[in-house]
Design a protein. Structure first.
Length: 131
């Protein structure tokens, strides 16, 4: 099982972030949290890394369905989407969404499968629309 669903863009980092937000919104996801890892590491420990942003995306309908099956699934929500500079190719940006199928490998609940399938389809659609 792949850890993430990914694509790569050759656009400025901020453009990639905005395009990612729009693609997620188009698929019914809102961004609940945003963690600027680059800034945090620089501020807290003086380390420099490439631009690296974690967006905590949530589709309320999917979250409600998943919580209806297993209340502890909240430990795996929201779906993290990473927008980061490509260290192997300057000017490139990698966008990666957490593979929702990971939830199935952690929680043994057959009723969760349709939710995972829907989340996977929506995240794949969002990521593929960026290319």
């Amino acid at each position: 099982m792949e850890l993430g669903i990914a694509t790569r863009l050759n656009v400025p980092f901020e453009d990639a972030v905005e395009r990612t937000r729009a693609a997620l919104q188009e698929q019914g996801f809102g961004v609940l949290t945003e963690i600027d890892v680059q800034s945090t590491l620089k501020t807290k420990i003086g380390e420099d890394i490439e631009p690296y942003l974690i967006l905590g995306a949530c589709n309320p309908n999917l979250a409600h369905r998943a919580l209806g099956v297993e209340r502890q699934i909240g430990l795996l929500l929201p779906c993290n989407v990473v927008v980061r500079g490509d260290t192997a190719d300057q000017g490139g940006v990698i966008i990666e969404a957490m593979n929702p199928e990971i939830m199935s490998s952690v929680v043994d609940a057959a009723d969760l499968e349709p939710v995972v399938a829907d989340a996977t389809a929506l995240l794949k659609a969002a990521i593929s629309s960026l290319s």
